[in-house]
Design a protein around this ligand. Structure first.
Ligand code: SF4
Length: 331
């Protein structure tokens, strides 16, 4: 995979998405003629499709819209890439670089001065600073604000999947790990990312929600108890389905192959959309998820049987000790 860094590009402010997409298409046309444009939206923005399509058609483009579910840039509509001159993927930063894909992601401002509330929860004079794509354009301002309040910040490069300094994903905590700091400040919503960072790095993590101002110190004990119980349950399974994703940025073929040889009860199953119904119909006693890591952790309650991470399956097979539990990442 080639390296991508987008340090010079400031995310758009969402003011006029159609205009932004049109200007990106014009720029792209310097590389060759574009006639057919495919549009792919995340679930929350699919209703904008008609508006954008209308504006593009007025400029003479043929437009086709992806109706498939889409949860990340790891989930490009591969059929539409093949059938169009260019795919415009909206809502996410790239996890890999492709010639005929334009990514247009979203940013959301928060009030930096709110960070004053998080300062009493930070124990160190120097912290690693991380955030998600929505707020990455403010990470330098956040760092400067904290520095004026006596806290030095380390903002590190991440992995190929996280092209912005300080950016983390639910499948990649490299930007946190690379700070080398024993304490990390996460700016973003939800507890999964900070919990993942804590498990991946061992650092104390302070999670600051920039919308509500709430502050949380993630505690891994509940998650570990649940995962331990699932591992124990899976030890009785008579069959394991190793899930291999068909999605562009979730497909870990080498990993699935390596896991499959750990047990003669395991089969590799290729799936596009991983749903409870699909797993129920397949009828395996347990599954091993090599697709989006969050699926095993976040969605277990929806699934009829244990869905293990690769590392948990290694524990079931005796290839890893429970003491060496790791959170799954795509590296
Ligand atoms: S693999 Fe999962 S966590 Fe990673 S980008 Fe895709 S949806 Fe997000």
């Amino acid at each position: 995979m080639s390296s991508i860094r987008i340090t010079e590009r400031v995310p758009s402010d969402n003011t006029d998405l159609a205009e932004i997409i049109l200007s990106l298409l014009k720029k792209k046309e310097a590389e060759g003629d574009i006639q057919k444009v495919a549009l792919q939206f995340p679930e929350g923005l699919k209703r904008k499709a008609h508006e954008i399509s209308y504006a593009l058609k007025k400029e003479g483009y043929d437009v086709v819209i992806s109706g498939e579910p889409c949860w990340g840039a790891c989930d490009l509509d591969l059929d539409l890439i093949r059938d169009s001159d260019v795919l415009v993927h909206i809502g996410h930063a790239p996890v890999d670089e492709r010639e005929n894909v334009i990514y247009e992601y979203f940013s959301q401002d928060f009030d930096i001065s709110w960070l004053v509330d998080v300062i009493p929860s930070i124990k160190s004079k120097k912290v690693g600073l991380i955030t998600t794509i929505q707020h990455v354009h403010q990470i330098n301002d956040a760092s400067e604000f904290l520095e004026t309040h006596g806290i030095d910040c380390v903002i590190a490069e991440g992995s190929e999947r996280t092209p912005f300094r300080g950016q983390v994903l639910g499948c990649s905590y490299e930007a946190a790990r690379n700070t080398g700091c024993p304490e990390i400040l996460y700016i973003g919503t939800g507890i999964f990312h900070p919990l993942g960072v804590h498990l991946a790095t061992g650092a104390r993590v302070v999670a600051f929600d920039p919308y509500t101002g709430s502050i949380e110190i993630p505690d891994e004990r509940r998650l570990l108890l649940k995962r331990h119980a699932l591992i124990e349950k899976a030890k009785d399974a008579g069959s394991f389905g190793i899930i291999l994703s068909k999605k562009s940025g979730q497909r870990r073929e080498e990993l699935a192959g390596r896991l499959a040889v750990l047990s003669d009860k395991a089969d590799i199953i290729e799936i596009g959309e991983i749903t409870p119904e699909a797993l129920l119909n397949l009828g395996y006693d347990a599954y091993v998820n090599t697709a989006c890591p969050r699926l095993a952790y976040d969605d277990q309650a929806r699934f009829p049987v244990p869905v293990l991470s690769p590392q948990e399956f290694e524990i079931v097979c005796g290839a890893r000790e429970w003491e060496d539990f790791e959170i799954d990442e795509i590296r």
